[in-house]
Design a protein around this ligand. Structure first.
Ligand SMILES: [Zn+2]
Length: 77
């Protein structure tokens, strides 16, 4: 099952408090999932999904089930 992500939620501005990437979630993100699809992306190309505590497992499971290399980074307050 694909997680439903908002459009255009890629985090580009690090000074802006990130909001969870999960659809319809307005929570402040506590985690950043850094991942890539080895079939589509070069090693330099890393995608980032922001995640709140509630959605971290859901988003990470989506990535690990597809065996995408994935790193979880805790965001500072
Ligand atoms: Zn969330």
């Amino acid at each position: 099952m694909r997680p439903r992500l908002k459009q255009n939620r890629e985090v580009t501005d690090r000074d802006e408090a990130p909001v969870c990437s999960a659809r319809a979630c307005r929570e402040r993100a506590r985690w950043m999932l850094r991942w890539r699809n080895p079939k589509l992306h070069t090693p330099e190309r890393v995608k980032e999904w922001a995640a709140c505590d509630d959605h971290l497992d859901h988003l990470r499971e989506f990535l690990t089930r597809r065996r995408f290399p994935c790193e979880t980074v805790k965001l500072d307050d």
